[in-house]
Design a protein around this ligand. Structure first.
Ligand SMILES: [Fe+2]
Length: 271
């Protein structure tokens, strides 16, 4: 087994993992240790990695089976399980707090990003600890959220979604607004404000307003790890207990290219 060195990056979440070369096969005790570390720290950073697309996919598989991504126009042609995050092919940075692909019955356990080209300043990724956000809520609001469900589909505001992706991934999927982490056993607030068409029993506008207000109130600097990218970083985000967002505060004449893999998780449930 590889000897992992795990150093926290922020008091609430995030840890840097040293001692792993992700270009090499990862043995099963190391996979298990990484899975436990992700459940505990919610964001893992591996620095200085040099990966081909095939090596990257193999490394990402340590966290679960890679899933198809629904904005297929941004997938790498020869490796369609890798999505390219790149403003030069028309994508805007996802600056709204969210968790990925909630329109899936089994949404990703983790989102994995590899820094291929990094601007000289800005363009970071922030990750919020939604387990801590849940714990910080008043008791009556925790009970309220425990009882609520969202209905999810593809983002309503995106106009460039391919018809084939709409057909494959556009059906309505229900999720609890609080989910229990399958590895850690803790609860976290779980929703995607622009993929949730509405909260059960609430009108779409009221649902959106409540989710926006929750984000505003819950996501405080104390529960946010801000990742400043360096070329060669791999950032693994636990989608079961976090939200994340990109920062578009970089010079668009510079390149920012991240390769994204999402890996399948369990069906969200509250136990
Ligand atoms: Fe995302």
């Amino acid at each position: 087994m590889t000897r992992l060195k795990i150093a926290p990056l922020h008091p609430s979440l995030g840890a840097e993992v040293a001692g792993v070369d992700l270009s090499r096969p990862i043995d099963s005790p190391t996979r298990e240790a990484l899975s436990q570390a992700l459940a505990e720290h919610l964001a893992l950073v591996f620095r200085g990695q040099t990966l081909t697309p095939a090596q990257y996919l193999a490394a990402a598989s340590a966290f679960g089976p890679p899933m198809e991504q629904h904005y297929s126009q941004h997938n790498m042609p020869d490796f369609p399980l890798i999505g390219m995050i790149w403003h030069r092919n028309g994508q805007l940075p996802a600056e709204q707090w969210h968790t990925d692909h909630t329109n899936r019955e089994r949404p990703p356990a983790a989102t994995i990003l590899y820094g291929v080209e990094i601007p000289s300043a800005g363009g970071g990724t922030s990750v919020a600890n939604m387990r801590a956000a849940y714990v910080a809520l008043p008791e009556d609001e925790r009970r309220r959220l425990d009882s609520l469900k969202t209905y999810n589909s593809l983002d309503s505001g995106k106009t460039d979604t391919r018809q084939e992706d709409r057909e494959k991934y556009g059906k309505t999927i229900e999720h609890p607004m609080v989910r229990t982490h399958p590895v850690h056993g803790s609860r976290a607030v779980y929703f995607h404000i622009s993929k949730a068409t509405h909260i059960e029993g609430m009108a779409p506008e009221a649902s959106r307003a409540y989710m926006a207000e929750l984000i505003e109130r819950m996501i405080r600097p104390e529960i946010v790890y801000h990742h400043v990218w360096r070329k060669g970083d791999v950032l693994v985000i636990d989608d079961r207990a976090t939200m994340h967002r990109a920062h578009g505060d970089y010079d668009r004449s510079q390149s920012r290219v991240l390769w994204r893999v999402i890996v399948e998780g369990d069906r969200p449930r509250l136990v």
